[in-house]
Design a protein around this ligand. Structure first.
Ligand code: AMP
Length: 729
């Protein structure tokens, strides 16, 4: 299913989610991170209070009019007018608080979400983290380039993904083509079902994603129309919470009920209908072999299952992984890197015995506690709750321990990258949102200025994918388990007559044999009946792309009692699927803050990336332009290169304050300033603290902190402190 960012109102979890320590220092991130005081009124109670104040204002207004009509004494009328004005002031106050509550808890003077986003995106584009693709030709919606710092962040995130998942679990990494023949995506269901619901402007033909229009309508009403009742607000929130659950009919009915029209023209809209998101192509010059740009990387792994299983010593469980580009022709790409038409996916397919979904390393993550948002909570309009993962699995909220294990590992991955724990939740799919074959699905959603965004999908897809490819290809994608004791079972036995098949099909014999052997019981007995009545039958061999004529002497089909030494079964697959661009964008927002200069008249932008993510780990500056300082800087630069620390030397004559500000804006965690030939300073980005370290030692100290073998506070307590004589601000 093409995902859509989930739409629960942002203020719900923002209130629960608190990371007050940093937020209190950081004016912009306070908007998203801080918790209001414990007794702060809820949005719901504020809506009720506002309705009450409005009624009081109306009643007092009537009273004033009645007094005036009845020619009451002036002092009496004046007192009533004063009471009316007081009520209006009270109402305005409640209105203001409600406005703050619906726009994410922002207090007086705080920047709005849009202003915050504007500041982040402006910095990202100006410093070339990312750039709209083909910009000089006015670009194409939904296509972006990563510039130098963006590329570095992306490759750091991917390197950590490999370390945290592929290496940790000995996964088998593969790299498959993006161009995929139609038959593969027909088998997987993408050709028929990989659709989003679209509506058209009935007059201009402009296309819109139907659920996005409904979502925008509800959000706008909730945030901008303060006069709606608490009941109406609850209804709109429920629509938002269950948006992914709506069928085409229900979505169409809601659009009609709310009178939603085309946003640009206000023209009426068509009923919603499905639009396939795949980019179609044809492979080779003849145009005879249809294909698609892959919409996900998973299929490349499924079609290689047989070989990978063999590579793994015919043992389960095992996981395969792939990082690569995916292509989706989104109806209305928007929200920058969050909804694009080409993006990097990192996917894991963990193959497991369906009868044993325990995980040997689950105990290692069972004690983790984080926000979980189970189906029941969503349906009843409640919020996500802090839950212990072990408890969620033992109670059955999460279907099995392997799924739980990956949820825990995803949590560790995201928070280690720098995603704020308070703005991360795991949301369970609603019943209709989940594919019918799936056993359970959870999305890791991250809150940013656009609301809650699905960044990682973690699904137990049961045996669907391998079965689908077995059926279509005729190659049995199954696993075997040796039984301790042989057992007697009644089984379908298909015995192809290889001699006859060889004579009839020559070089294609193997494909026909494999297709015959892969038949399910129903298909096999239909073929048997046809062979018995007519002596021959048409039989589709998908791998050949056509039907062939099978005669009754070519295959023997029966049911026999046989003694079995092994169990043959189709493995289940548990699939964590990571949208790398979405994770990176959320990381940008969660890392961004501004701080004033000493005079307080200018704001500087900072990305507080952890060293792991930072595009450049360190800068080297001679304090002033002096040949002896420059040669020390070159010497340190060489040591950093040898140590494998990415860095940048800046020997421009800019003030040191300006140079710090420029690198803070790129999120560089450490700066080495050369102001002597013996000692230099290391400055830490967020605290701006500086220590003095010898020239010979400095590269290894930085390397240790970057690699996480030493903390900055350890460095701070081990080396002399430096008080900067040159005001950096
Ligand atoms: P899905 O296969 O639809 O569950 O998508 C897997 C992951 O890909 C999602 O969790 C998102 O993080 C990411 N993703 C899906 N569609 C897009 C898109 N149009 N642009 C960027 N990332 C996407």
């Amino acid at each position: 299913m093409p995902p859509s960012p989930s739409s629960s109102p942002p203020s719900l979890l923002a209130r629960l989610a608190s990371s007050a320590s940093l937020a209190s220092r950081l004016s912009i991130s306070r908007l998203f991170s801080s918790s209001p005081p414990a007794m702060e009124p809820t949005e719901d109670s504020l809506r009720k209070a506002l309705a009450g104040r409005q009624a009081a204002v109306d009643a007092q207004g009537n009273a004033v009019r009645a007094l005036k009509a009845g020619k009451a004494p002036k002092p009496e009328i004046d007192a009533a007018i004063k009471a009316l004005n007081d009520l209006k002031i009270e109402k305005a106050d409640v209105e203001k608080r409600l406005q703050a509550a619906v726009s994410g808890g922002a207090g007086d003077g705080a920047l709005t979400r849009e202003a915050f986003r504007h500041a982040v995106v402006n910095t990202l584009e100006r410093r070339l983290f990312y750039i709209p693709s083909f910009k000089i030709y006015r670009g194409v919606a939904g296509l972006y380039d990563y510039g130098p710092p963006g590329c570095a962040v992306k490759s750091n995130v991917l390197a950590y993904w490999r370390q945290h998942f592929v290496h940790e679990e000995n996964m088998l990494e593969v790299d498959c083509p993006c161009v995929t023949p139609e038959i593969v995506l027909k088998a997987s269901g993408h050709v028929d079902k990989f659709t989003d619901l679209m509506v058209k402007d009935e007059k201009t033909g402009t296309c819109y994603r139907a659920d996005h229009l409904l979502k925008d309508f509800c959000n706008e009403k909730l945030q901008k129309d303060l006069s709606i009742s608490a009941e109406k607000a609850a209804e709109l929130k429920l629509v938002l919470a269950t948006l992914d659950d709506l069928s085409a009919d229900k979505l169409g009915a809601k659009i009609k009920e709310y009178g939603i029209t085309a946003p640009d023209t206000k023209n009426p809209l068509s009923d919603p209908y499905p639009f396939n998101l795949m980019f179609q192509t044809s492979i080779g010059p003849s145009g005879m072999l249809p294909g698609y740009m892959r919409p996900e990387t998973a299929q490349g792994i499924f079609v290689n299952f047989k070989d990978l299983y063999y590579y793994n010593g015919n043992k389960l469980p095992f996981a395969a992984a792939q990082i690569g580009q995916a292509f989706r022709n989104e109806i209305s790409p928007r929200q920058g890197l969050l909804r694009v038409r080409e993006f990097t996916l990192a996917e894991i397919e963990h193959f497991v015995d369906p009868e044993d979904k325990s995980h040997p390393k689950f105990s290692g993550v069972a004690d983790l506690e984080f926000f979980m948002f189970p189906r029941e909570q969503q349906m009843s309009g409640q919020s996500a709750i802090i839950t212990q993962l072990g408890e969620a699995v033992s109670k059955g909220t999460v279907n099995n321990a392997t799924l739980g294990y990956f949820i825990g590992r995803v949590y560790l991955f995201l928070t280690h990258l720098g995603i704020d724990k308070g703005r991360l939740r795991f949301r369970q799919h609603l019943a209709n949102e989940m594919a019918h074959y799936a056993a359970d699905c959870w999305d890791a959603e991250i809150e940013c200025s656009y609301g809650w965004i699905e960044c990682v999908g973690i699904a137990d897809r049961s045996a669907f994918d391998l079965r689908a490819h077995t059926e279509k290809s005729g190659v049995a994608l199954v696993a075997h388990e040796k039984l301790a004791e042989p057992r007697e079972v009644e089984k379908l036995v298909i015995v192809p007559n290889k001699k006859e098949l060889g004579l009839a099909f020559k070089g294609n014999q193997k494909m026909v044999v494999e297709s015959l052997e892969a038949m399910g019981e129903e298909e096999a007995f239909q073929l048997k009946a046809a062979l018995e009545s007519k002596g021959e039958a048409e039989f589709l061999v998908c791998a050949m792309g056509k039907s062939v004529k099978i005669k009754d002497n070519m295959v023997n089909i029966s049911k026999q009692k046989i003694r079995e030494n092994q169990r043959v079964f189709t493995p289940s697959v548990i699939e964590p699927s990571f949208g790398i661009g979405r994770i990176i964008y959320c990381l940008f927002e969660h890392s961004f803050y501004t701080r004033p200069n000493k005079a307080g008249d200018e704001q500087f932008n900072v990305f507080r990336f952890p060293p792991l993510v930072a595009p450049i780990k360190c800068t080297v500056f001679p304090l002033i332009q002096k040949p002896e300082y420059e040669s020390v800087a070159q010497l340190i630069s060489r040591s950093l290169t040898v140590a494998g620390v990415s860095h940048k030397i800046d020997i421009t004559g800019n003030t040191i304050g300006k140079r710090y500000a420029r690198t803070d804006e790129l999120g560089v965690p450490f700066a080495i300033t050369v102001d002597s030939q013996v000692d230099v300073t290391i400055r830490e980005r967020d605290s701006k603290d500086q220590v003095r370290v010898s020239v010979g030692e400095v590269a290894s100290v930085v390397k240790e902190v970057i690699d996480g073998h030493r903390t900055w506070s350890d460095v701070w307590s081990s080396f002399p402190h430096h008080t900067s004589a040159s005001a950096e601000d």
